[in-house]
Design a protein around this ligand. Structure first.
Ligand code: NAG
Ligand code: NAG
Ligand code: NAG
Ligand code: NAG
Ligand code: NAG
Length: 204
């Protein structure tokens, strides 16, 4: 019997006993992780993080449209968890795992895209409708802090990623950027006075 035929014949059984057969149901498993919100946690003061302002700590990510929800959305931060955006990872392996958001009360997909600014120490992160080509999102264990959003170093963006930085910037609320470690000197690029390095923690 061919494997696919075997799996088809097992299918009703797998549905009937999802717990017991959980290791055997990969043909029908989902690529969607749990839903969560995202919260900043300041990284300690250091040479590259000279201004870890407390006001940038413990803030939740929400999305703000640049003009209309059809296009670009900025990832901004608020202390009000009720305004936080729900997010989830979507992917079957690290090279296709993207960071999606459920926003504007629509089933329309939105996902996270990195800008590249080769001459700068950090660059924009934006959220666009559809499925982004910026992949490699994962969570890493940060001990008592919980799980922190990261970019896998086995992907293109991951090899350039140097962490998250949050800045008081142009849109009236702290904004998320990514540190690029592929830019020209000085290394490590010091966070400007209105910015701080943060972990982005998963809040289930
Ligand atoms: C938080 O946001 C919710 C939803 O918009 C609002 O009802 C509530 O008043 C806000 N809380 C504070 C402390 O601003
Ligand atoms: C996950 O991504 C795939 C494309 O890779 C897409 O077809 C699917 O609809 C996405 N799932 C959700 C829940 O958005
Ligand atoms: C992901 O892509 C990188 C670079 O192309 C490759 O080296 C790696 O093997 C890929 N990993 C997986 C799980 O496909
Ligand atoms: C979200 O959409 C659903 C279905 O269209 C609607 O019933 C619900 O009131 C909406 N919620 C908000 C907060 O707009
Ligand atoms: C990628 O990250 C892993 C885990 O932190 C580390 O062991 C490995 O050396 C890194 N690889 C590169 C090429 O930086």
């Amino acid at each position: 019997m061919k494997l696919s035929t075997l799996l088809l014949s097992l299918y009703p059984l797998l549905l009937a006993f999802p717990q017991q057969t959980s290791t055997a149901i990969s043909p029908i498993s989902t690529s969607i992780g749990p839903r969560y919100r995202l919260r900043t946690h300041l990284k300690p003061r250091s040479r590259s993080n000279p201004h870890p302002h407390h006001r940038l700590n413990g803030l939740y990510l929400y999305t703000s449209p640049s003009d209309s929800v059809i296009g670009r959305n900025y990832p901004l931060f608020t202390s009000n968890i009720s305004l936080a955006a729900y997010a989830f990872l979507n992917g079957t392996n690290i090279n296709n795992t993207i960071q999606q958001f459920e926003i504007y009360n629509t089933t329309r997909p939105f996902s996270t895209r990195f800008s590249l600014q080769p001459d700068y120490g950090w660059a924009e992160v934006n959220i666009y409708p559809g499925f982004s080509e910026t992949n490699g999102f994962e969570f890493v264990n940060e001990g008592r802090l919980g799980k922190a959003l990261a970019m896998s170093n086995s992907t293109i963006y991951g090899t350039m990623w140097g962490g998250w930085i949050v800045c008081d910037w142009a849109h009236g609320a702290p904004q998320l950027f990514w540190r690029q470690n592929n830019y020209v000197a000085p290394q490590p690029y010091p966070a400007p006075r209105n910015c701080a390095d943060v972990h982005i923690i998963q809040v289930l």
